[in-house]
Design a protein around this ligand. Structure first.
Ligand SMILES: O=C(O)CCC(=O)C(=O)O
Ligand SMILES: [Fe+2]
Length: 154
């Protein structure tokens, strides 16, 4: 999936162009212009991911987190608008085939460790983000609760 994001200028300092969220997909390859505004939440603080010429930003998403049983964390990020300049970015989202089961492989689990995420398919998670819960900081935990409650209803 590919998305072109366009953020018109905004006079009010601190206005968000995109609210805090983790990408639900596996890995995001982002190309940003030189305006800036992308921030990542690390150690309880927002850090600017400043544009570097000819450089992509690589971002881990929720599906990669689930695939690695949480070893690799999806990155919470947001976008601030610029007061004067229009900003454009191009995001390429890598995701599994729609019906492929997302399941941490045995060899990345510790000996006694169980899986932290129920099995799901990318199409289930995608549908959840489109119909029930837009991407925000709680999308993956809420999806897991949704899957678990649906399973106990069967
Ligand atoms: O435009 C950006 O810098 C980030 C966009 C983004 O987070 C997204 O498309 O998921
Ligand atoms: Fe994102």
């Amino acid at each position: 999936m590919m998305r072109c994001n366009s953020y018109p200028p905004c006079n009010n300092a601190g206005t968000l162009g995109t609210g805090p969220h983790c990408d639900p997909t596996s890995i995001t390859i982002l190309f940003q212009d030189q305006v800036g505004g992308l921030e990542a939440f690390v150690d309880n603080k927002w850090f600017g991911i400043h544009p570097q010429p000819n450089t992509f930003v690589i971002n881990i998403g929720d599906t990669f987190k689930a695939l690695t049983n949480g070893i690799y964390k999806s990155c919470l990020h947001r976008v601030l608008t610029n007061k004067e300049k229009d900003r454009k970015t191009l995001a390429f989202f890598l995701c599994p085939k729609k019906d492929k089961i997302v399941r941490a492989p045995d060899n990345i689990l510790g000996r006694q460790e169980s899986r932290n995420y129920p099995d799901f398919t990318w199409s289930q998670y995608f549908e959840f983000t489109q119909k029930k819960h837009r991407a925000d900081p709680n999308t993956l935990p809420d999806f897991v609760s949704f899957l678990n409650s649906n399973q106990s209803n069967i």
